[in-house]
Design a protein. Structure first.
Lengths: 213, 445
């Protein structure tokens, strides 16, 4: 069997196969025209939207030394995935795009799907663009008992976002509710760009957000 | 954020500062401050005068039990690591402290990272490991920085790396950052995460001691467990075993709770915090004496004695001693010994929504009872809260509890069931009062 062709060709081949299957189906079944048309539409959509991801050259020069150092710490390369994703996310404006994902995958010798699986498992990684400032409100029991819901509302109002997990139109803030941040003795707690704050009041959180450029 | 230093009032159980001896000392996270205060003396003693087997024997004698929540005897666990294996062995320090209400390990890592590192090195020496990973949750950036700082200092001082303190023992240590997943505090979920994967717990056996990180023998202990080891090596396991609650000779299963424990209180109390006591202080004294009791004008309604994952106790049940066997006997558990207090303003139906949401959010999704069940429980509690629940919903919850608990790979699902079931049992009238009024069927008879 010939080696698997690179992404674009594979997707083309897959679409062609889908078309073929739809063709066979059309010939064999009654009322097949509609089925065939639907399958053809799926195939066309697949071809039109699934642009091949061009992996970004990873690591960039700024991260090269740190990534290489991380690889020396583990017996297998893929074990460095979490620390490398932390570095990459910080470097690339707070999120991991498909191109960065593919670059990291190629660097560590794993599939893009493996990296995507990891990215979507952990709450601290983002696969969509985020605001310049990360505002987290701890929502778990202790903070909830001490008024976390008011903090979430204050953060959303200040940022001008209507939903938890959203980002404002100017790309300034992303507001999220997080599970226990381990700051229970100073509850309710919030986190802004890696800086933790305890005994936060709704007004206090709004003021902290005012200080973010 | 240091421990509030307060002199014990008359008749009050005093703190016993073993792990927290350096808390509050300026710069306690740096080697020049802690070395003159005794840091790495235990490591030096072990490397110069004790064999690895002798170190393990002291830990066994100490009856030290795991401080992450399960309370497994640490020395026994160390004994499971096959010393004859030719593979590289690992020590993984569980610093994923994601249990809600729990912040004790953060204090250790931020305020005495060298103590944690020394404990890891002693464990590595005892089981023949050459690499230590400290798996720290990503939400603890200061802990990560302090531990990495401590490692750099230790390396420069010959306390970490090749031929430590001139001995034949070589060992490296690294921080591995998590990225926001409660399940990675489960030891095999943690190993998967360490290997660069989604944190899906593994089916046991094989146990990590035999086949853990990178399919090699791996010792996994909680931060606080390992931080106890330097004291045990200096003073001997027997001295440690004298502290706390002794085993019950009449009950072979009650193996006692030896030593000291970091205990915390959080929630609506006057003085939340973390303190160190010998096992045996009552939960009441912890919550009222040290936690300061409920806020002015409020009364205490319920307490989860350790983290989120244990059954609740009511005010009438707080005279229980803080100990593994003692809390189990009253139908709860010591857990992480960081209590969450709920007061009379707490709506128990809404609290259950909050708790169920946590577990639904954090379920890794491998096992159907947990993946589906936690969301389902949350939906039912929301329905009850909205006044749309029926008596059948309470039966459905009871059935769900039974079909979730004990039917999954790891204990996350059990941890979801325990607090919810106990709240429903002890505060049932609150739930019943919220159910939809039965609609009278009126028809032509």
């Amino acid at each position: 069997m010939s080696p698997i062709p690179p992404g674009a060709q594979l997707k083309g081949a897959a679409a062609a196969a889908a078309g073929q299957a739809a063709g066979a189906l059309a010939a064999a079944t009654a009322g097949a025209a509609a089925v065939g048309a639907a399958a053809a539409k799926v195939a066309a959509t697949t071809q039109a939207t699934a642009k091949p991801v061009v992996p970004l050259a990873f690591p960039p020069p700024e991260l090269k030394a740190r990534c290489e150092d991380l690889l020396t710490r583990y017996p297998v390369k893929v074990a460095a995935l979490l620390p490398i994703l932390h570095l990459a996310q910080k470097h690339y404006a707070g999120w991991i795009s498909p191109a960065v994902e593919a670059g990291v995958a190629a660097y560590l010798g794993v599939s893009d799907a493996h990296v995507r699986g990891v990215l979507t498992f952990y709450a601290m990684f983002h696969t969509q663009p985020v605001g310049r400032h990360d505002v987290w409100v701890c929502r778990t029991l202790t903070c909830w008992l001490r008024g976390a819901e008011g903090l979430t509302q204050a953060a959303l109002a200040k940022a001008g976002i209507d939903k938890v997990g959203g980002t404002d139109a100017q790309g300034r803030f992303s507001v999220r509710e997080m599970e226990c941040l381990g700051l229970c003795e100073v509850a309710p707690a919030a986190w802004i760009d890696g800086q933790v704050h305890g005994h936060v009041t709704p007004d206090g959180l709004a003021r902290l957000m005012d200080g973010c450029a | 954020m240091t421990t509030p230093a307060r002199a014990p009032a008359a008749g009050r159980t005093p703190e016993t500062k073993v792990l927290s001896a350096n808390f509050g000392v300026p710069g306690s996270w740096t080697l020049p401050v802690v070395r003159p205060r005794g840091a790495y003396q235990a490591l030096e003693k072990a490397l110069k005068t004790l064999t690895p087997a002798q170190v393990t024997a002291e830990v066994k004698t100490s009856r030290l039990r795991g401080r992450g929540g399960a309370g497994f005897p640490a020395g026994v666990k160390w004994g499971f690591v096959p010393t004859s294996s030719p593979k590289t062995k690992y020590v993984v320090c569980n610093a994923d402290e994601s249990e809600p209400g729990t912040f004790k390990d953060r204090y250790l890592m931020e305020l005495d990272p060298h103590l944690v590192l020394e404990g890891c090195l002693l464990a590595a020496y005892a089981v023949g490991a050459s690499v230590i990973y400290i798996y720290v949750r990503g939400e603890y950036p200061l802990s990560i920085a302090r531990l990495e700082g401590a490692m750099a200092e230790a390396r420069a001082a010959g306390l970490l790396g090749a031929k430590i303190l001139g001995s034949s023992f070589s060992c490296e240590a690294w921080v591995h950052p998590g990225a926001g997943a409660y399940i990675c505090g489960e030891e095999t979920g943690m190993l998967e995460s360490l290997e660069g994967k989604r944190g899906h717990p593994r089916i046991k056996p094989p146990f990590p001691a035999v086949e853990g990180a990178f399919a090699s023998p791996t010792l996994i202990n909680n931060v606080e467990t390992l931080a106890h080891v330097p004291w045990i090596v200096i003073h001997g396991g027997a001295a440690f075993a004298k502290q706390g609650i002794p085993p019950d000779p009449a009950n072979p299963r009650a193996v006692g709770s030896s030593g000291t424990k970091l205990m915390g209180v959080s929630g609506p109390v006057r003085t939340p915090g973390v303190w160190e006591f010998e096992f045996g202080i009552t939960l009441r004294e912890l919550v009222y004496g040290y936690g300061g009791g409920p806020l002015p004008g409020r009364t205490l309604k319920a307490v989860i004695p350790g983290g989120l994952s244990m059954p609740v106790l009511t005010d009438a049940e707080l005279d229980v001693k803080m100990g593994f066997d003692e809390l189990a006997k009253v139908g709860s558990g010591l857990g992480t010994a960081c209590a969450i207090v709920m007061d009379d303003t707490c709506d128990m139906v809404k609290a259950c929504i909050n708790i169920a949401h946590f577990f639904a959010d954090e379920s890794c999704g491998q096992c159907t009872p947990c993946r589906e069940g936690c969301h389902w429980m949350e939906k039912i509690f929301k329905r009850i809260d909205a006044g749309q629940g029926t008596p059948a919903d309470l039966d459905l919850l009871a059935s769900l509890f039974g079909n979730i608990e004990g039917r999954t790979i790891c204990a996350l699902a059990d941890a979801a069931v325990w607090p919810l079931r106990s709240i429903l049992k002890k505060f049932r009238p609150e739930f019943e009062a919220r159910l939809a009024r039965p609609v009278a069927v009126v028809g032509a008879l």
